[in-house]
Design a protein around this ligand. Structure first.
Ligand SMILES: *[C@@H]1O[C@H](CO)[C@@H](O)[C@H](O)[C@H]1NC(C)=O
Ligand SMILES: *[C@@H]1O[C@H](CO)[C@@H](O)[C@H](O)[C@H]1NC(C)=O
Ligand SMILES: *[C@@H]1O[C@H](CO)[C@@H](O)[C@H](O)[C@H]1NC(C)=O
Length: 433
């Protein structure tokens, strides 16, 4: 069955890029951070005896650092090499200092940071606001100033602060306090918070004005797992709560829907394209968690898709939204540069959540998508090499979206009214009706 959606009516709400909030101004994360993070793929594997190539160790991070550079990820914009949980000794040292596991990180964290920096990348670390990290290693509670200084002395560039073994009611004080300690070191460090998600779990409504003021990014929802079901639950959370979440995002402060799991075991090729496209629409941090030694080339190509990365990294920093949802078809759109007069350009993602195994047709005019500039838009597909040419708002575009897949387009508003349509075979092919 081919589903035809001939008159998609779309409600478009424009969130103007007026930034009246007091935001964290440490000069960092002006666009969503990009990098590699160990957690989703490598978890808390500490068994270096039996699994030396996959355990959380300095070797793993050095190997991934090398591959981020040699395999072209750094050139595509991936910058941070981030250690997650399970890097610590179970106890602090004699002066209450944090100590990296002596067997797995024999050279220590400063040496690892130096290694990452020597490759032109940046180094991130993980800690927890509570008494313990989620995996049971020492947390920062009671030592936050000392720990911030220690991170600075290791030349850390990015700190993810989790929220296990702490009281969500204390977080309104604790997260800002650690942020001030980071600031007090004089070393600019990206500050990734888990503050809202733990409060939401506890039934507390997070104070986003304060979160924006103290954190560069924060988690709103569940940890991603290696499955389409997990990815769908995140997509739904961000769509269903968008009016509440979107206004908090902007340069220097981002909602974090969690890691990219592209290239692992759980997502198909189509589903992987969907994650990349929607993360770009959501202005999400792009933190890959995948084994870069064995990733297949088609997944690597998704992660390195420069056109989609450019959407994610758009300088306006406006998070996109779901503008249509009906019978398993969703349309998501994000205002991006360039702007002409009062008209934004847009990235538009058509997502097929249906599982009847054949592509679904979606047909919609640009105007129905909220693209109203009389000067028209230059429209191109960001995965397929399809250039639609310059289209007017009344043009109907038709896309075929594979089951659990996506079509993502970019529509750049044109500065001048177009007088004559340039010849473009795709224009005719896609606009026959
Ligand atoms: C953290 O540990 C201290 C000392 O044992 C204890 O008093 C406090 O209740 C703990 N906090 C939480 C949130 O578990
Ligand atoms: C500390 O905060 C001030 C005030 O927001 C800011 O100007 C400065 O860049 C921050 N410094 C660091 C190292 O984060
Ligand atoms: C939320 O945080 C802001 C900024 O820190 C503060 O001014 C405000 O009083 C807080 N609101 C509530 C309800 O606690």
């Amino acid at each position: 069955m081919i589903m035809k959606l001939h008159s998609v009516s779309v409600v478009v709400i424009l969130i103007l890029a007026v930034n009246l909030v007091n935001a964290l101004e440490n000069g960092l994360a002006r666009t969503p951070p990009m990098g590699w993070l160990s957690w989703e793929r490598f978890r808390c594997n500490t068994d270096c005896e039996n699994d030396p190539d996959n355990c959380i160790s300095e070797n793993l991070f050095r190997t991934m650092t090398d591959l981020v550079v040699s395999e072209g990820y750094a050139a595509a914009g991936y910058e941070y090499i981030n250690v997650d949980d399970c890097w610590l000794e179970k106890n602090r040292g004699p002066n209450n200092e944090l100590v990296a596991d002596r067997r797995r990180f024999p050279s220590g964290m400063r040496a690892l940071a130096d290694y990452v920096h020597a490759k032109g990348l940046k180094f991130g670390i993980y800690e927890d606001y509570g008494n313990y990290t989620c995996a049971g290693y020492p947390g920062i509670l009671g030592y936050s100033k000392q720990d911030a200084r220690q991170f600075a002395s290791w030349d850390v560039d990015y700190v993810k602060l989790d929220g296990c073994y702490s009281l969500p009611t204390d977080m309104d004080i604790g997260y800002p306090e650690f942020g001030r300690h980071l600031n007090g070191t004089g070393r600019a460090m990206v500050y990734s918070c888990s503050w809202p998600v733990y409060q939401i779990y506890a039934g507390i409504s997070p104070n986003f004005s304060s979160i924006i003021e103290h954190c560069n990014l924060w988690r709103n929802f569940d940890d991603i797992q290696d499955s389409w079901a997990s990815l769908e639950s995140i997509i739904d959370y961000y769509g269903n709560n968008q009016d509440y979440i979107i206004p908090n995002a902007g340069p220097g402060h981002w909602n974090d829907p969690d890691m990219l799991i592209i290239g692992n075991f759980g997502l198909s090729y189509e589903q992987s394209k969907t994650q990349m496209a929607l993360w770009a629409i959501l202005a999400a941090p792009l933190l890959m968690s995948v084994d870069l030694r064995s990733i297949r080339p088609e997944y690597k190509a998704i992660l390195q898709n420069k056109k989609i990365i450019a959407v994610d990294q758009d300088p306006l920093g406006i998070q996109g939204r779901r503008i249509y949802k009906h019978k398993g078809i969703e349309i998501w759109s994000r205002p991006i540069t360039p702007i002409y007069q009062t008209y934004y350009s847009y990235a538009v993602a058509f997502v097929n959540r249906r599982t009847d195994g054949t592509p679904s047709d979606v047909a919609v005019t640009l105007r129905e998508l909220g693209l109203q500039s009389p000067t028209g838009y230059r429209v191109e597909d960001l995965y397929e090499d399809v250039d639609y040419g310059i289209l007017s708002p009344s043009t109907k575009i038709k896309v075929k979206v594979n089951p659990s897949g996506v079509v993502i387009l970019r529509a750049d508003v044109q500065p001048e009214r177009f007088s004559k349509r340039p010849f473009n075979p795709y224009y005719y092919r896609y606009n026959q009706n």
